[in-house]
Write a protein that binds this ligand. Structure first.
Ligand SMILES: Nc1ncnc2c1ncn2[C@@H]1O[C@H](COP(=O)(O)OP(=O)(O)OP(=O)(O)O)[C@@H](O)[C@H]1O
Ligand SMILES: [Mg+2]
Length: 441
């Protein structure tokens, strides 16, 4: 099964996280709006209302003081002399009551408001009576009115105002309590959101990591399988080439050699210059040429020199063959002493050399190549270089040569690099460890 990408999981994680943040933001904004409402509608209004109530309370207290003076008669003024003071206080009270009525908190009931207005109404009615009595010169009646009625009405006013102030304080305390409750709720929600976002990140991250690991494991397995398959294909191919080469050499080679010898014997028995002898000679030539061709093919498929003399001699033999066949000049340099390199390694190095030089002949567009092989006890290195057109940025046709070279280098546990040279040309660099035991074939 092809591994699926974790994009869907990442997207889901993103959506969940964004959703949680979005929902929380909306909720918090709503709560904050509620807080603002509570702050301005209840607390501020309450405080301004309380200020007016205190102003009223203060006026009522001044009324009380003036009434006490009037009732006791200790001051040397007649009662009407107090009238301007009362007029001023009445004006101030009316103004304060008007402002207070506008600010009146929502908690105030209609009966309470009526009580307040009634107390003031009755007080001023009694005051009118007082001024009337005083105007008639009935000062003692007027003073009695203060003691019996007016002071009582004033006390009622003071009580009502005090109660309203207490009520305002209670309402404010309740609002503050409510505000704190909202704060607590928002805080709790913030923790919940943090937990949710962390959980989403953790879950998404874990799933992505898990997916990645599974995907990498599958890729590694596929890569391993591909490597094994490629190695097997190369081994089967080499076995086939070796068998074909042997068959060609042993079977056809023997037969053609025998045919040649027999023809030679018959030819010698025929009279010199006779037509039969000339024809037989031609047939013998054809048999010889075919024999040469079969030998050549056999050697190309799997050079026997590789089995008999090892890699070093095979390289030298091949370079001579290559120069003869292609007309290219190959400059060969050997560094170090070559150890014995067995057929299982040598065949792959030989094939890489073959393919590299074939590529020079086919693609480089030059008539010269450089081959350098250096040996050390640990590893061998082989460079095949030309000064031709160089590797294209992206090859137009997909060849198999370079892929095969890579597979063979990998089979040997070695490294191969294809370099485009800055001065123009191409270099194939192969390094093979000579102590490598991991390769098969
Ligand atoms: N020495 C070189 N100089 C210039 N271009 C090269 C050289 N070697 C390889 N190339 C380029 O790299 C391509 C791939 O080479 P590769 O050997 O893999 O395939 P091929 O030679 O085209 O085909 P195949 O080897 O399968 O018969 C070539 O087609 C060629 O364009
Ligand atoms: Mg090639």
């Amino acid at each position: 099964m092809a591994p699926r990408t974790p994009t869907l999981i990442q997207l889901l994680g993103l959506v969940v996280t964004l959703g949680a943040v979005g929902v929380f933001s909306l909720f918090t904004l709503d709560r904050l709006a509620g807080l603002r409402r509570l702050g301005s509608d209840i607390v501020d209004r309450n405080r301004r209302d309380s200020l007016q109530l205190i102003r009223i309370q203060d006026d009522v207290a001044q009324l009380g003081l003036a009434l006490r003076d009037m009732a006791e008669g200790t001051e040397p003024y007649p009662l009407p002399a107090y009238r301007p003071q009362f007029a001023r206080l009445k004006g101030d009270l009316e103004n304060a009551l008007e402002i207070e009525a506008k600010l009146m908190p929502a908690a105030r009931t209609a009966p309470q408001q009526k009580l307040l207005e009634g107390a003031f109404g009755r007080f001023w009615d009694q005051m009118d009576k007082l001024w009337a009595l005083a105007g008639e010169g009935r000062e003692n009646d007027a003073r009695a009115l203060i003691r019996t009625r007016i002071e009582a009405e004033r006390a009622t006013m003071a009580t009502v105002i005090s109660r309203l102030l207490v009520q305002n304080n209670e309402a404010e305390a309740a609002a503050v309590e409510q505000i704190q409750a909202i704060h607590r709720k928002v805080e709790l929600n913030l923790y919940a959101l943090l937990a949710a976002v962390l959980a989403a990140i953790l879950l998404t991250g874990s799933l992505v990591i898990w997916h990645d690991r599974r995907m990498f494991a599958q890729v590694a397995l596929l890569s391993e399988q591909r490597k094994e398959l490629a190695g097997e294909v190369i081994r089967v191919q080499e076995d086939l080439f070796r068998t074909l080469a042997r068959e060609l050499h042993d079977e056809f080679g023997q037969v053609l050699t025998a045919v040649g010898l027999m023809l030679q014997r018959v030819e010698k028995r025929l009279p010199e210059g006779s037509g039969e002898r000339v024809e037989l000679h031609e047939v013998r030539e054809i048999a010889n040429q075919t024999l040469e061709r079969v030998r050549g093919m056999s050697q190309m498929l799997h050079p026997p020199v590789l089995d008999d003399y090892g890699l070093e001699k095979s390289v030298e033999w091949y370079l001579r063959q290559f120069e003869k066949q292609t007309g290219l000049a190959v400059h060969y340099e050997k560094i170090g002493v070559a150890p014995w390199i067995g057929d299982s390694v040598a065949i792959h190095v030989y094939r890489i050399l073959q393919e590299s030089l074939n590529n020079v002949a086919r693609h480089a567009g030059v008539q010269e190549a450089w081959v350098r092989v250096s040996y050390s006890p640990e590893q061998m290195e082989m460079n095949v270089e030309d000064r031709g057109v160089g590797l294209p940025e992206s090859p137009r046709e997909k060849g198999l040569g370079m892929i095969g070279m890579r597979e063979r280098a990998e089979l040997l546990g070695g490294r191969i690099a294809f370099e485009k040279l800055a001065a123009g040309g191409t270099r194939v660099r192969l390094a093979v460890p000579l102590s490598y035991k991991g390769g098969k074939g």
